[in-house]
Design a protein around this ligand. Structure first.
Ligand SMILES: [Zn+2]
Length: 478
């Protein structure tokens, strides 16, 4: 039986405001437990919430960037549930009038462009953190009340790969907007996935499972892939899928049932009586729109146009905001009109050096000017070979020295002077009569063997292009 996979994602993003959504407590990560709390976020009777203006602005900004229509009239609702991480016993969230709705995000998987519709993006407060040990549980309420933006996609995602691409694109946009650090390890970006399968051609959605507890994008991809197989096997064996919440176990690499899923009615939503509805004027929306920087997709198009990059190269370079800025500085610093070789160095050797230091290209200790100087020494001046260039780059990254300094110190410059190579070439020709004869008999491969011999004799320092030209000249003239 062939099945179709239907996935919808709910992404929660911590908005990086200095204070919480409805009180003045700090949102700083990593403080002593229960030190960033006050009567409001502890839910003391009689305390009243006040909306953080910046949180609302950030929510609008994200909404606009993901092509949503921002609602001029928005309100908050109480969502009830009973866990110790939420001392009020309800969460301030939004139900029927979210900040923004009806957006979309375009993703690309295997060169296919696909539009994923976004249902809504609403503002709410985070809950605290529960830490369970063998026989006791701890509650840390520092996180309770931190502003969260929940972005809900339509069930337009049809594979784990598409889910991964969607998350990557969304994270990249939010990072460009500078409204969240999107750090999954700190919990500032979390993702739940609803997944169901149905027979190909069916129009009614299958029963879905909600997956939680994935703490990386790869975890989301793996959990979805596992769940597809689990649901397919269940249907093949004539079992019904139960609507439930399942937890991803990253060690065992499987999902496990946690609880049957609540329905909206279980949450008993009603309008938050302590907050007025909010009106966001079109002027304000326009103002926020003005403050949105060039986003990844736009930047990628511009890189292709201005610097002649391929779509693939541009896509890699713009996915991270800092890397994109660094790449652009390099393109500007490089004198040659053709920037393709700069892109190659950024994506190849520099990215390699960065990842070996568990870092990203913009954080490697090489200035755009110094990188361009190295590229120029390899590509134009041919002072060093490509291979030596890569070694020099690694040394630049670890020592902070310039390419010229390293080449001089280690005496790495290629021998490009014909006079200096003349004797070596003569010796190689004399010692390899058979290859010489082969070449003259039309076996052109023999030339590369002779080039190799000269390289060997010079300790790899001869300029291979010049050696090849000189050899050719000598063999063809005599
Ligand atoms: Zn507080």
């Amino acid at each position: 039986m062939e099945y179709e996979v239907v996935i919808g994602l709910e992404v929660h993003i911590h908005l990086s405001t200095k204070t919480k959504a409805f009180c003045g407590c700090s949102t700083e990560f990593g403080a002593q437990p229960n030190t960033h709390v006050c009567p409001v976020c502890l839910g003391f009777p009689g305390s009243l919430p006040v909306l953080n203006k910046t949180a609302l602005e950030y929510a609008v900004k994200v909404g606009l960037a993901i092509n949503c229509s921002v609602q001029e009239y928005t309100k908050f609702d109480r969502k009830h549930y009973y866990y110790p991480d939420l001392p009020k016993n309800y969460q301030i969230s939004q139900y029927d009038l979210p900040v923004s709705k009806d957006g979309f995000l375009d993703i690309s998987v295997d060169n296919n462009l696909k539009r994923i519709r976004i249902k809504r993006a609403h503002l709410e407060e985070d809950a605290g953190k529960l830490i369970h040990t063998d026989n006791v549980s701890f509650v840390d309420l520092n996180r309770a009340g931190i502003p969260l933006l929940e972005i809900v996609s339509e069930p337009d995602i049809n594979s784990p790969q598409e889910a991964y691409a969607y998350l990557t694109a969304l994270k990249s946009i939010v990072e460009y907007l500078d409204v969240s650090d999107c750090d999954m390890e700190k919990g500032s970006l979390r993702c739940d996935a609803n997944i169901s399968i149905r027979k190909k051609g069916e129009t009614i959605l299958g029963t879905k499972a909600e997956l939680k507890n994935m703490n990386s994008f790869k975890g989301v991809k793996d959990a979805l892939a596992y769940e597809i197989v689990r649901q397919e096997n269940a249907l093949e064996n004539g079992q019904a899928i139960v609507q439930e919440t399942r937890l991803w176990d990253a060690k065992e690499l499987k999902t496990l049932p946690m609880r049957t899923k609540e329905e909206a009615r279980d949450y008993r939503y009603f309008p938050e009586p302590d907050l007025p509805p909010f009106i966001i004027k079109q002027d304000n929306i326009n103002q926020i729109k003005q403050s949105i920087p060039e986003l990844p997709e736009e930047k990628s198009q511009r890189f292709m146009k201005e610097y002649g990059l391929s779509e693939y190269d541009a896509g890699i370079l713009v996915s991270n905001k800092n890397n994109a800025a660094y790449a652009e500085d390099c393109f500007k610093a490089y004198k040659d009109k053709n920037k393709k070789s700069v892109a190659n160095w950024l994506i190849g050797p520099l990215a390699g050096a960065a990842s070996s230091m568990a870092s990203e290209i913009s954080k490697v200790n090489i200035s755009p000017d110094n990188l361009c100087e190295l590229i120029d020494l390899v590509e134009h001046k041919q002072v060093i070979s490509n291979l030596t260039g890569k070694a020099v780059l690694e040394e630049m990254a670890s020592s902070g020295k310039t390419a010229v300094m390293i080449i001089q110190e280690k005496n790495l410059a290629q021998i490009s002077d014909e006079g200096a190579l003349d004797q070596e070439i003569g010796a190689v020709i004399d010692a390899n009569a058979k290859s010489v004869a082969d070449y003259r008999a039309g076996k052109t491969n023999a030339l590369m063997f002779l080039v190799g011999q000269v390289m060997k004799k010079t300790g790899g320092k001869a300029n291979p292009k010049i050696v090849q030209e000189m050899l050719k000249r000598r063999l063809e003239s005599a």
